[in-house]
Design a binder for this molecule. Sequence first.
Ligand code: DGJ
Length: 474
Amino acid sequence: MLIQNPIRFISAALFVVSAILNLPLYAQKAGKTDAIYSGLPWYDQNGKVVSAHGANIIKDKDKYYLFGEAHSDTSNAFVGFNCYSSKDLYNWKFESIALPVQASGKLGPNRVGERVKVMRNQKSGQYFMYMHVDTLGYKDQFVGYATSKNITGPYQFKGSILFNGKPIKKWDMGTFQDKDGTGYILTHGGVIHQLADDYKSIIAETNKQISSGFESPTLFRKGNTYYFIGSNLTSWEKNDNYYYTATALSGPWTSRGLLAPKDKLTWNSQSTFVLAIEGSKDTTYMYMGDRWSYPLQLSSATYVWQPITFSAGGISIPDYIQSWTVNTSTGEYASKKSDIKVIENTNKLIKYKGNWKHLSDSISTSRSATRGNAFSFTFKGIQIGLYSLSLPDNGYAAIILTDKKGKILVKNLVDTYTKLPSSTMVFLSPILPKDEYTLTVSVSGLKPNWSDKKKTNYGSTDYNISLDKLIIKE
Ligand code: DGJ
């Protein structure tokens, strides 16, 4: 937690961001996305980037509802909590700003609202939204709540949830609903609070602090075991998330180590929720994490959603599955088999503008850090994706996809920075009518960069972007 605006960056960024993002994006038609793709922008039915971070999902009747923080590209101020719906967990329809910025007060202008979670109270049928409320400098945190009769809102903000008449003065929070419908508030450090039957107050501290860090608390149950996942404290930077298990929420909690292989930084993400996708044959437990991208959290922060693997040794996300499918009727998941054509960075049909370094170590890649340098590729087909070698000195790549008349269909800035080098897909276009298109990717001259309250600097050291390969679907 704890962030301060890098003012110098923001003023330079604003010019480029507005130049790049002012046009509407291509509307993704419902039913068109065919899998869960981690680490790249998703588009809703209006062609806007899906903005729902620190999120959770609840199933209501035959639909899944995703609640998360809406973001802007200019500051960390609360801009509302968004609600999206989906039947397949791939295609997200924007439903509402379920809780907008309030006219004044604790969730009014220039405040922080994060880690929104929604649960349905089974007795009253009402929907309860819980969140971290704070000042912009993260100095007045508490757990707040809001209620609504309808799942999509509008939710009425009620202020702080109280325990013995006092607020819970913690920042990162989460929720957990047990099989018997009892609701719990989780806070950083691993503290668990039991909600009253009506979900309007807290009646017990079920579990005391387990660990000094443990932000983004995420709890789920499989059988008689509770799994409690959390992150280290590194502001918006990713780290190796870890977990505990117990057979009762009151503990004792046993430390079980890391959720993903060491130094993979939880596949460049921070936990927020685990969704149990229960079907007729199986249950897939889907880890939901955020790949933050400060300060361009609207355009460039993405989602890392991965199936959790269970074994006698515990839980794990042993590999990064770039794209996978889940059958919401049977509950089974599978890696997505791709029918794509690969265009390597050395392909003669790729047009490079300006000076680029063409490197071929373990990965063949082309790199440049000079603003305005670009590459473009014209193809016939229905979809194009970009793989990039993300590195600690990489910045934002400006993506423009045009049709053969030059009309812009998609514009976005994608983040190609990571502390830990990795070659992953960072952009995938919506599925388009079969035709001729041109993808142009340029060095934006922007990079993710910020400092926390202790003046610790985070983020990239340069503006490089890189091209490993393009993939096209014909
Ligand atoms: C990490 C937290 O988990 C996020 O929710 C957010 O508060 C950031 N810190 C802010 O730096």
